[in-house]
Structures are given as structure tokens and as C-alpha cells.
Design a protein around this ligand. Sequence first.
Ligand code: ZN
Length: 396
Amino acid sequence: MWTELLPIGRSSVSGGYRRYAWSGADLECRAWFRAQAEERGLTYEVDRNGNQWAWLGDPAAGGAVVTGSHLDSVPDGGAFDGPLGVVSSFAALDELRERGAALDKPLAIVNFGDEEGARFGLACVGSRLAAGQLTKDKAHELRDADGVSLPQAMERAGYDPAAIGPDPERLARIGAFVELHVEQGRALDLSGDAVGIASAIWPHGRWRFDFHGEANHAGTTRLEDRRDPMLSYADTVLAARREARAAGALATFGKVSVEPNGVNAIASLVRGWLDSRAADQETLDRVVAGIEAAASERAARDGIDVRVTRESFTPVVEFEHALRDEVAKLLGGGVPVLPTGAGHDAGILSASAPTAMLFVRNPTGVSHSPAETAAEDDCLAGVTALADVLEGLACS
Ligand SMILES: [Zn+2]
């Protein structure tokens, strides 16, 4: 499976993946998913939001055990974030068949569309739409950097954008959803475990900071006469680190756009995107408020007008304890339970069905980068763990 997936959407320059929602690379990944489903004699379907499903057993029977993840990527992403969960799902199904496991419940493998939000700026679009956490109207307003709207992109990819929206009947079929994912930190590396179980997803969000100043000549404008938004922005980036460190939280400015973006011009507008996450809502609110206050204070000194817009927000997700405990029991105990700062489809679905997550050790902790990695032995341990969990949940 990896041999077929590895070349899809891979940049020859960076070695990273550029599998953006509804792009050619995404469509190749989708074709791969469909082929995997059909090779195994599974019933293949695409839901109204473009999420792909492969069913063993009758979907309408209810109480299904569902596993899967996503195949799209961030810009220059790694090979494992997403695909490890989908590949492991098919591999776990193969293992269950080898074991001759007699499943009493239907089993499904899913590929959720547009998980990373790399193209349209909003993460988990496929699962959010299905769960009713993103309205059709809002989704239709999403645009990529080239001005292509989500409906246009879906239509060009051969999907029907008019059909998107909440899918409660489909989600009601799910008895339990288990997502396996490469760990995006070093907790398992530090604890010396190949596999872990998720306890919670930290609350997280994205905020856009617009610093409006005045464009002018870099060679003739006296320092005293400048209204340079780059200074306010730079100071805000440092403030974000200070606030996050003081609170034991995370705050990152990882994307910035500058107008007019000329080497010899003082900027008129600097737009920076803050990603912030913390263990609880109160801490996150305090961190973001601290960064906003620092931005306003510095902007006032620089003669800059600053506006802050919250573009997305996901509250804390505490995975259901009963399912989490059952997963831990099925894995024989001793498996570490850890929180994560990364959002996942499992977090979105947790409002609609019991969900759980398994993490596979990432020896460097690096993710969202071509350097993301996992050892083959650990990946195989992940497949066995997932197969154990699926078998335990699907056999009465
Ligand atoms: Zn992911």
C-alpha cells in the first residue's frame, strides 16, 4: 500500500506532500482508497460531503465499528499524518481476516475529506459538515488562495457541492469510531512505548492579526515618520512566545502576508495568523488575550491600527471514558494515555458518536514536515493494536 501511495502529490523539490483537498493529488489518493476497498470486496460509497467509506457487512445494521483517518496533507507534509491511519485500517482488516475473526457488527474504513484545511483554511471540513458543525452556506463561502471556491473545486473534481450538509443518518450508524494516527509529539518516544491512547484534544483555534500602517519609501522616510506595521507584528510574535511559555500553552505565528511585499518599501499591511492551543479553555483564553493586549499596546506606539479576527475555534475534546477504558483493556493494559494538541476528525465526530484514538510513536516528534517518520516495527505494532481493538469492539 505504501509503495502505491508514496509518489502521489510528492514535491520533487521539498520531498514533502502537497495533497490538497480536491486537487489532482487528492483525487489520486481517493482512487487509491477506492481500489483498496474493491480489492478486498468491501462495499464502497462516497457520502454527500465527499468522505469515502468502505464497508464490511451491512451499513444499515447499525452499531458499526468504524476506523480510518485522512489522506490529504498540509503544504509539504509528511507521509504518515493521515495515511498511516488509513493504511493501518486496511492492514488491520486484512489481519482480522487472517485471524478468522467472526465479526458481529458491520465494520467500515473511512477517508475523511479536507482534514488539514490546507487549501481553504478550515480544518476537518468533511467531518465538520457531516456532524453539522459547519453549515453548507459557510462551506460555500470558503475560497482558496487562487479565489477558487469550495463548490467550484468540488465540482471540478467530479463531486456535487449542492449535496453537502449534515449527515445524521450516516453518523447514527456508527457505534464506535477509532482513529489511528502518527503521534505529533515525542510523548511515546520519551515513555518508550510504540502505541498510546488519546485522552483529550486540547482546545485550539486560529486568529488573524491585521496590522494596518502606511506604505512608504525605505530609503527616504525618516524613522520618526514611519508607521511600520512590521514592527508591531514582530513584537507580537515575540509576545506570543512569552505568553505561551508563561502559561504552559502553545502559540505560533506560522503564516504571514505582507503588502506591498517589496524589499525597498515599508509595509502598509502585515497580516499574521496565530495558532494557539492549551490544555484548557481558560488558559487558552488568557494566552490569546495576553497576545492581543501586547499587539494593541505595541501598535499604539507604532501608530498602527490592529484588528484581530478569530477564524476558527475547536473546544476541548475529552474522548469518551467508557470507550477509552475499553480500548485500554483490549490492548492488555500498560498502554500510556496521553493528550494531544493536534485536531483530528475523531475530535469532531466525538460530538456524534463514541470516539477513541490510537497514536503510533514518532521518534523525532516532527510532523507537518517531510521529516515526519515512524519505524516499521512501530507501524506494525499499531496495526496489531488496531486489529485487537476492532476485533474486541466488533465481536460480542
Ligand atoms: Zn492528521
